[in-house]
Design a protein around this ligand. Structure first.
Ligand code: HH2
Length: 274
């Protein structure tokens, strides 16, 4: 627990999608000025990290060529970097985009493909940045068609442990590695995401900081009469608090202010009982 009661121990990563087609905020940020305004607002609201993305990973999203992805994210990273020390992560599966983003000032490579693209392990080792290794069954285009698991928590944990070992073997420093269970990535909305959220402490037990991205995801709508993405704040906060209780290091969220407040209250209650 943090000794400063106002500052949540769980870090909050704000989502900044520079995409026309992201599932919950696609098209909201057209251009550097809009992105920068959102970035400033998120930092003022208490974001500890900003996650900049230029390609949607929602099921069925159109792939984006590397040059187009770079053109979407690099100017924003440079603009944020020029005015604020907040750490920036780049949400990409492509080594060339990660290289351009790190050169522009990103400190973390958030890879939903867990460095499985050709050349990704070598690029991460060379860049020396922090890396988030996320679990995904299948590919973004088809991952939701028929996801299958025996024991979802064990399979996700085994995959993440293996990817962490592969990264270390390639030269990524152990202390730079984060793990992420990949809520919604090749998982049935209820049968897989809920046991995974319930079993998060087994991922935490692998000994790496864990990032949880459950904000506005479909399982929340499935549990609440089909609520659309912008009406899933309550469920997003419930999932973030479940993550905090399980010991995750950070949560990736769209609604920074509300999440920071929930974590503050949750943490203050936990501290008052000890
Ligand atoms: N979820 C999304 C994107 N990137 N990265 C990590 N590490 N963990 C996640 O759970 C995660 C992620 C999907 O959310 P969003 O960015 O809002 O949508 P889209 O992929 O459509 O841009």
């Amino acid at each position: 627990m943090s000794s400063d009661p106002a500052k949540p121990a769980v870090r909050v990563m704000g989502v900044l999608n520079m995409t026309p087609d992201s599932f919950s905020d696609g098209g909201a940020l057209a251009g550097v000025e809009a992105g920068l305004a959102r970035a400033r607002a998120m930092v003022a609201a208490g974001a500890d990290i900003l996650d900049v993305g230029g390609e949607s990973t929602r099921p069925g999203a159109a792939p984006v060529p590397a040059e187009a992805e770079i053109a979407r994210v690099v100017p924003l990273i440079q603009a944020i970097r020029a005015g604020n020390p907040v750490p920036i992560s780049i949400d990409t599966m492509k080594p060339e985009v990660a290289r351009a983003a790190v050169a522009a000032g990103a400190a973390i490579w958030n890879d939903v493909a867990a460095l499985r693209a050709p050349g990704a392990l070598e690029a991460a080792a060379e860049l020396g940045c922090e890396v988030v290794l996320m679990h995904m069954q299948g590919e973004p285009g088809s991952m939701q068609q028929e996801p299958r698991y025996g024991d979802v928590v064990a399979e996700v944990a085994d995959f993440l442990a293996a990817r962490a070992q592969a990264a270390i073997a390639a030269g990524v420093a152990r202390e730079r590695i984060w793990l992420d269970p990949g809520i919604g990535f090749g998982k049935h909305m209820i049968r897989h995401n809920l046991p995974l959220l319930a079993g998060l402490s087994r991922i935490v037990d692998l000994g790496f900081p864990v990032l949880l991205g459950a904000s506005r995801k479909s399982f929340i709508g499935a549990l609440d009469e089909g609520a659309p993405p912008d009406a899933r704040l309550g469920g997003s906060i419930a999932a973030a608090l479940a993550g905090a209780a399980a010991g995750v290091a950070a949560v990736r969220v769209h609604d920074v202010r509300e999440t920071v407040q929930a974590l503050r209250v949750w943490q203050a209650i936990a501290a008052a009982g000890t």
